[in-house]
Design a protein around this ligand. Structure first.
Ligand code: ADP
Length: 485
């Protein structure tokens, strides 16, 4: 059902009387999206439904938070099992609404499910502590308590995993939730909720508000509501900053996973083949639409040409098409705006002296939001790609000569989410890992995401960490208890 979920009921109409369309990015008509391939129509909810979901979650909080950790863990574990039992269907839904190839979509379903498994386990380990008291008459302990009702806002690039990464941690510690998925990809969200209901998540504990027109007002309402104690957002830096401002008056705990501008540095002593393989997956996963995708390649000047050439060879083997087709390696972008941004970044780079190694030329195809995977070299700092996240299938190669110089380039940005580098020199590996201004570093690897490791950024890339042991911190607070004896 195309529906929101409030107080344990799927709701397929909105007070606004309106619905919003969901399109299939692989087939949609580029020139006129309004005439596109609509695959679902969701109720366009607003403040009224948001408030209903908040009140239901508020009512559910006392009993959910008072359940034992093991009881909550069992429900999360059952939900995890149901996701795996239905993984093929869930993957197809992701491909349908997001466009990524089926194999990648299946990877996302499993990655997403892993957060439920992980947090079902961590739920049982929310330890407080006994503090050695400095005086004989008092005993000091801390306990950890759930925040209360939390508001969750998620993006379209991981329609399933961004929801589970937040829900898993929130539910494990005893919070209740009101979530608003991206309007481009609400189908995965409602499918997850259906399984959550089957897993026995109690009434009111998880709400889902589907919306397009009132997105901004709903975000503001969640931030300003006195009944909401925390906000967790993944999306653009601009929206994240706005939500942080809206949350100031109620002094909410806010977790933000925002944009990155990931550098990928290849030093002269690197294993080039390994670096090229990692470059291919880390740059072009989801056609470049993940927040930890490489945005800037810095390759030592002595190996720049050979790196560019090997990357070009690999990229020319890609097969771009609908994610539903077996031999497709790379799918479309999410919408017309994305294609236009990518195109403008390529044109800007070429205008400023970049050289095209492959890609760059769009086909006459008027269906689907496709952009050809592109490799550019001879990049320089006057180009937009040097400073702005492209979020598309463009690899731009800059060159450098010294470690000091490349660290300065890599860190010369207001954001810092992921960073990658390749070198065989152990001392350099420590130095560079410590000096990159990012929240996550891949050393001789481009594959860093895992439910057991803390995901998050520094600078304007965000606040807080998701997954891992640290993921629980975002949804809990410490209470210090001093007992006189
Ligand atoms: P992206 O570039 O990934 O689309 P957005 O920040 O626009 O990033 O979207 C991420 C999520 O934030 C989506 O669920 C979207 O609907 C929501 N969103 C977009 N604009 C706002 C806003 N002004 N206030 C609250 N939420 C918003």
């Amino acid at each position: 059902t195309a529906a929101g979920f409030i107080d344990n009921e799927f709701i397929s109409t909105a007070d606004s009387g309106k619905h919003f369309p969901v399109y299939e990015p692989a087939l949609n008509i580029y020139q006129d999206p309004a005439k596109g391939t609509e695959i679902a129509s969701f109720p366009d909810m607003g403040i009224k439904e948001t408030e209903m979901a908040i009140q239901a979650a508020k009512k559910a909080f006392p009993s959910w938070s008072k359940k034992t950790a093991k009881e909550r863990s069992t429900i999360l574990r059952d939900w995890y099992n149901l996701i795996l039992e239905n993984e093929q269907d869930l993957a197809k839904i992701i491909t349908w609404e997001n466009g990524k190839p089926l194999a990648e979509a299946l990877g996302e379903v499993r990655y997403g499910a892993s957060f439920f498994e992980w947090f079902a386990e961590e739920a049982k380990r929310l330890y407080g502590e006994v503090i050695p008291s400095p005086n004989r008459e008092q005993r000091m302990i801390t306990i950890r308590q759930p925040l209360g009702v939390v508001g969750i806002i998620t993006p379209w690039n991981f329609p399933s995993a961004m929801i589970t990464r937040k829900l898993g941690a929130a539910l494990a510690v005893g919070c209740t939730v009101v979530a608003k998925p991206a309007s481009e990809t609400p189908i995965s969200a409602v499918a997850l909720y259906e399984l959550g209901k089957r897993a026995g998540v109690p009434k009111g504990v998880i709400g889902l508000v589907t919306a397009h027109h009132d997105t901004k007002a709903i975000g503001k309402h969640l931030c300003e509501s006195q009944d909401i104690s925390g906000i967790s957002f993944t999306g653009s830096t601009a929206v994240g900053k706005m939500l942080l401002k809206h949350s100031a008056d109620t002094v909410k705990k806010v977790s933000l996973e925002l944009g990155g501008n990931a550098p990928f540095i290849v030093f002269e002593d690197a294993d080039i083949d390994k670096a090229v393989d990692a470059a291919v997956t880390t740059k072009f996963r989801s056609s470049g639409q993940t927040c930890i995708c490489v945005n800037r390649f810095y390759v030592h000047s002595s190996i720049k040409d050979v790196f560019g050439e090997r990357l070009r060879e690999k990229v020319e083997k890609f097969r771009v098409g609908s994610g539903m087709e077996d031999d497709t390696t790379h799918g479309p972008l999410i919408n017309k705006t994305s294609v236009e941004k990518v195109r403008s970044h390529v044109h800007d780079a070429l205008d400023h002296g970049a050289k095209l190694l492959t890609g760059g030329k769009e086909s006459e195809n008027t269906h689907g939001y496709f952009y050809p995977p592109t490799v550019l070299t001879d990049m320089n700092n006057n180009m937009r790609i040097a400073n702005e996240e492209t979020f598309g299938p463009i690899a731009g190669i800059f060159s450098f000569d010294t470690e000091e110089e490349v660290l300065e380039y890599a860190n010369n940005t207001r954001v810092g989410l992921a960073g990658y580098f390749f070198s065989k020199d152990v001392s350099r590996c420590w130095r560079v890992a410590e000096n990159l201004q990012v929240g996550m570093v891949g050393v001789n690897t481009g594959a860093i995401s895992s439910e057991v490791a803390p995901f998050g950024g520094v600078k304007e890339s965000g606040i807080g960490r998701e997954g891992a042991r640290q993921g629980l911190d975002e949804y809990t607070q410490y209470k210090y208890i001093n007992m006189a004896i």
